[in-house]
Design a protein around this ligand. Structure first.
Ligand code: UT7
Length: 336
């Protein structure tokens, strides 16, 4: 019997309307459009405004968009996995809230926390449920309201991040399309370089943690940059070698969108030009778990059945990895 693979059979996305421009940022901190464009490559990022709106609000809308496009009944979804580091609250899980808001009443749901690699970790997890036959329809959604943990007085971090959500549907395939392989890594010693110190069990929220500004992202940018450039490229090249893929065999690199220079360095190591890199960092910034699926959404039209994609990420944890996907459908046949 032919092995069952988990094919991506649809993509959905939802981004908030409000656009935070470099011009507006330069009125908040000492920065310029020129610095942000040359050092990071971001022009605008979407920000979720509105009292009481959290990550689930965006995730549910991304799933609704996915279900509308694919014509799948929400009641037929078996499992929703949400990758996020900005959950609505500690519990219930944001996946749980999203499944309810999107009408996936028969699904079980939970969160995966792996920062910028969250989508790849969750995608690999979701694929196992399909491959074993335990589930027939799995949604993996990457969603983050990064504006809820960004310090808009810190010019080292505030230009980087944006809010958004994007989701994929996984279904069984017996013709060899879908998630072919994953290489995933974690290294908790990277904590010192990128973390949010308080709000968890180590330092629960208190007057003191607020005064010390421990509820926002702390990042040693250059240290993270150094690790990201080497690890993301290493793991992507390892994936190519493992499957005897030459650069001309790869239709697209789908990289995490943290910095255009990291994307370029990874693509160079893989022998790919920019035209074979999915890029939306200029418009969306770094939406953490949503970057990779939102790229798939933006480039869906250009994708053809059988295209080889290498998805790659690096982020807080540290966490990093690559996933080899054989695309399962002609993207231009999908109507919104
Ligand atoms: O997705 C999660 C994983 N995160 C990443 O992958 C991020 C990886 N790191 C990076 O992308 C880059 O390190 C940053 C974009 C965060 C920073 O860029 P950089 O080229 O590494 O800059 P730097 O931190 O080394 O700072 C260079 C200079 C400093 O000034 P001095 O000390 O040379 O006078 C900074 O103070 O640039 C200054 N600077 C800024 N200037 C204008 C830092 N941020 C800004 C800013 N505007 N926003």
């Amino acid at each position: 019997m032919k092995k069952i693979t988990a094919a991506i059979t649809g993509v959905g996305c939802w981004l908030p309307d409000y656009l935070l421009t470099n011009e507006e940022l330069s009125r908040m901190v000492d920065t310029t459009d020129e610095w942000i464009m040359t050092r990071i490559g971001i022009k605008t990022r979407h920000i979720l405004k509105g009292e009481g709106l959290g990550t689930s609000y965006m995730g549910a809308r991304a799933i609704k968009n996915l279900l509308d496009k694919t014509g799948v009944n929400p009641m037929d979804i078996d499992l929703v996995i949400c990758a996020t580091v900005t959950p609505d609250m500690f519990f219930p899980s944001t996946g749980n809230l999203i499944a309810d808001q999107a009408g996936c009443k028969n699904a079980f749901a939970y969160d995966v926390s792996a920062a910028c690699s969250g989508f790849l970790f969750a995608l690999t997890t979701g694929a196992q449920y399909i491959e074993t036959g335990f589930c027939k329809k799995v949604i993996v959604v990457g969603a983050d309201k990064m504006s809820s943990i960004v310090d808009y007085n810190d010019r080292n971090t505030c230009p980087i991040f944006g809010d958004g959500a994007a989701a994929v549907l996984l279904e069984p395939n017996k013709k060899g399309y879908g998630i072919i392989d994953s290489i995933l890594h974690s290294d908790g010693s990277g904590e010192v370089h990128l973390h949010m110190k308080a709000g968890g069990s180590r330092y629960p929220a208190s007057k003191e943690t607020l005064e010390k500004n421990w509820h926002t992202i702390t990042q040693d940018g250059p240290a993270v940059f150094k690790h990201a450039v080497s690890s993301m490229a290493d793991v992507s090249v390892e994936m190519m070698e493992r499957h005897h893929l030459k650069s001309e065999d790869i239709r697209y690199l789908v990289p995490h969108q943290a910095n255009l220079r990291i994307i370029d360095a990874t693509a160079r190591r893989m022998g790919l030009g920019r035209e074979r890199c999915m890029i939306n960092i200029d418009r969306n910034g770094n939406t953490t778990a949503a970057t990779i699926p939102s790229c798939l959404y933006d480039y869906e039209n250009a994708l053809r059945k059988g295209d080889n994609l290498i998805l790659a990420s690096f982020g807080g944890g540290f966490t990093w990895g690559s996933v080899y996907v054989k695309w399962a459908y002609d993207g231009d046949k999908v109507s919104e």
